[in-house]
Each structure stands twice: as C-alpha cells, then as structure tokens.
Design a protein around this ligand. Sequence first.
Ligand code: ZN
Length: 589
Amino acid sequence: MPSPRSFEKTLPALALSLGLLSACPAPGPTDTAKQPDDVAKATALLEASARLPPRAEVVALADQIAVLATKEGAIEEQAKLDVLAADLRARLHRIEGTEADAREALELYAAAARVARGTEAGCRADRARALLLGELAHDASTSYRELYLVKRRQASLAADGKTSACVEALARDLALAQGYRPAGADLAELEREGDKAERTVAAAAGTTSASIVPVASTGSPPADLIVAPMDLKPAKGTAKIEKIEKFAAEGGGRVVIHLSEPTTFQVGTLEADDKTGKDARIYLDIEKATAKGVSREIDVGGAIKRIRSGPREGGARIVLDLSSAMHRRVFYLPEPFRIVIDVSSRPPEQKAPANGPRTVKRVAIDPGHGGHDDGAVGPTGLKEKEVALDVAHRVAPVLAHELGVETLLTRDSDVFVPLEERTARANAFHADLFISIHCNASESGEARGIEVFVLDELKDTSRAAARVAALENGLGVKKGIDAESLDKEMAQIVGRLQSGEIANSSRKLGDLVARATLASFGTRYPDTKDHGLKSAGFYVLLGAEMPAVLFETSFISNPDDEGRLAKADYRQKLADGIVNAVRAYREGK
Ligand SMILES: [Zn+2]
C-alpha cells in the first residue's frame, strides 16, 4: 500500500542513494536519523565473519529495513534495501534452519525483482531468489532450472540487448551447474518455459501485487505498471473484442480494448530490431478472446504507429507498433470489462508535491457528459451536460488571464467524449490538475448542495457514494449492477495504480474546491449544504497522472438547485470557486 510520503522522509533516502548518509547523518526526526545505522548494521552482519545476535533482533532489523524500502522513492534503491533485508533473513535461515526466514527472504527478493524490473538491482534480486530456491530444494537441477528461467527473463529485460553484469553472472552460474541441465523432453519443456518467461517478462498474470508505483529516473529502461484483476480466471466462453478505441498523442497515447466479458491477459514487449526494421512493440495476449469483430490493422499516429490484432493459440493477440521504446501502463476497468494500455515517453511518474507553493502551470477542465449523453436531467428539463460545459467555459479564461495557467477542455462543445479519453487527454497535455465538472442527482429529488469526490483506496465505502459513481460511470442504477462491489473493486485498482501522494493531493484540492465554492456563494447563497469530500470509483478519474477531483456542483434533480443551476450568476460563482481553489492550491494552502 503506498504510504503518504513527505519530502522530509524522502530526503534521507535520497541521500542514502547518493552514498551521502554514511558520511553525514541526515538532519531530521530521530526515527529517520536511525536509518543509516540500520543499513550499516545489516551490512556488517552479512560479513562472513560476523556473529549474528539473537534471531528476534535480526528479524526486527530486517523488518526495519523492509519498512525503509517502502519509503524509498527510487526503485533501484528500494530494491537494494529489500535485498538487504532478504539477505539478512536468508543468512538467519542458513544458520538456524528456520523455514519462516527462508520464506520471508524469497518474498523480499521477489518484491525487489518486481519493483526494479529491468534494472541491475532487480536482476540481482531475481538471481538471489533463484539461488535460494535451489538451496531450499537441496537439488542442483532445481538450481539450474530456476537460474535458467531468470537468465532468460533478465536477458530479455536488459536494455538495448546489452548484457549486464548480472546477466553475465547468471551465465557463469549456469555454466557451473551445466552438469544438472535436464535432457530430452525435460529440456524441451524447460526451453518452452524459458520462451514464455522471455515473452511475458511483464506478465500481468494476476499474481502481481505491485502496489508501488515505479518511479524511474530519466535515462533508465522503460518502466511498467500493470494492474490485472487479482482473482480472475480466463473467460468461461469466448471474450469477444468488441471495440478498440485509440487516442493518439505526441510522445504517448492510449488504447482501450472493450471485451464482452472479463478474462485474463498478459503483457510483453519486444525491442526494435534494426536488422529486420521491426518497430518496438507492446503486445497483449488475451486468453479465450477473439478479435474477429475488429479490423486487423488500425493506424493511430504519434507514439503508437498502429494496432494489430489477430488470433493466437488460446486467445487473441493485440500488438501496438511504437515509434520508439515507451513506458507502459496497463490497467483494466471492470464494468464493462476494458483493458487500457497507456504508453508514454515519460515514466509513469507520480511526484510528491512538496509542502508550500506547488507547480500549477496546466489545468485540465473536464465538462461531464456531452453529445448523446445528457447526464442527469432536472425536473424542468435542464441538462447536466449544458451546465457542466458552461461552467467550464467560465473557468478556463479566468484561469488563463488571472493565474497565467494553460488550460485544456476535454470537450469544448456538445460532443460525446468517452470517459477513458478524458484522462488520456489530460495526461498527454501534462496537466498538473484535473477537475471534472458535474451535477448531482438523487433518487428522491430532495437532496441539495455541493459534493466533491476523489479516487482513493483508503476510502470509506458508502452506498450513496457508490451510487453516484455508478451513475457517472454511465451504468445507471437499474441494470443489475452491484454498485457497492464495483466500487470496492475500483478502490483496489486505484490502490495498485495510483500513488498515495496523488491521493493526498487530490484530497487537498477537493477540500479547497468545496471551501472556495462556499466562500464564493457567500451571503448570496448562504444556505448551501456541503456534503463534504468523499471517495468513490469514478472511471473518469482513473488513470489520471495528476491530482484529480470530480465536482458535483449541485443537485440538478432538486427543483431549487436546478433553478439556481439555470442562472448565469450561480454558474459564475461556481466557476469563481474553482478558480480560487486552483489559486489556493498553487499557493500551498
Ligand atoms: Zn455527471
């Protein structure tokens, strides 16, 4: 679970990664000042000559370092700390023979390999895990097998086909274990597994529990973030690929694959090949799926040249031909089942905004609904889509003139824009904030007032909030959708996709939107009820790479609120509220 990270906490970690801490203890609270001691102590305990203190003490130290790892922002450093903790537990196992220590070490190695996939530290963790597995099996052929699979996986991950020191070490390991290489059918089977390991290095096999957003530094190999359903099985029947939507942008893009039913999928990459002239590719193997209904080749433009689709054994394969190697982020939306592939020349980085003034140069304003989608309609026929667009048109010029902020409207007229395209546009625009504008609706028509929503995994699931989300997600309330369980699944996806920093900043912005709007209403609409800041699974906010809120400006389903929403004066006050919230957010309030 991503933990809120403050600048004070990342500072020692950063210093540690630069090798500064051992020479110069970091200033700050006592718990962070202890960190270099722990790392130094653990390192010393791994010396062959070191005598281990009692087990409980070593376990506590390993746990402490594993906690440090979760606070670390740079993936390689995080992996190194995990490996350090794992090495301690492995050493305990070797001396005391405790099974729990071996298990813990294996998990820590796996976590490090996962988080730092494609880096030297990730490879080292993967190798350490394979060696320990062989050791535990007391069987050299298991060692050979595990090392072989790691080598295949890591060699294909190594950037530009360059051989890393770790891959070379793996080759030496294998040469030493050559006598235990399987033969005949067993060897063929192992090679097939190796092919699979290579193809699906970024396998979204549903077992990944990547809760930490990889933060890759510039110049590192492409980073991945893959969120697949946790406990999904392949489709029972055939999952039909019904539609492939594309969004093209310079330096990025998004592809959304709509399926008739949920199924499992795996993701892989292939490097560009100068000899054959083949582009860098991302592919998605969707089990039990058929691509019969969609064109075999779709031109996109920008970073994604084209999308190709076709059958493969056991399902369908979708291939994205890229203009260069790209960072990937793949996630899914549950209802209806869709797989979203984001590619970007920038890593899927979600920075922790520092305290004090924040950078807000670009703001994406998202007027809800549009075109055939009216949104909610009031008792006298006022449409949510009209109010949302008009408020957005009042916000954008003021943001530009008064705050000097560049703005993007996800729609500028009465047109339909799919929910997934809205965040894709905001991401491509490199927006610093995303504000979605809507009107609320209640069943009885009695409710009034303002309500602001964010996406957060640490949410208190409320039926009412889940219902609002289902409505805004275009699912209605009478289609047999279980809004609450859908909302819980969305919270899970959010937890794995979005960093804690983004959630915190979204809450801050949401709080400011509510407060600034009430202040803007002032004495003119003093009776406005504030329903507070809530969290629910809104599709339109999922996948935003910046703090994002959904503002329910008032209840269009209530005759009095509808009357106000129809007035220019009220809409202007709403717009002023949003502008003042952005201003306050930028000033660090
Ligand atoms: Zn709406």
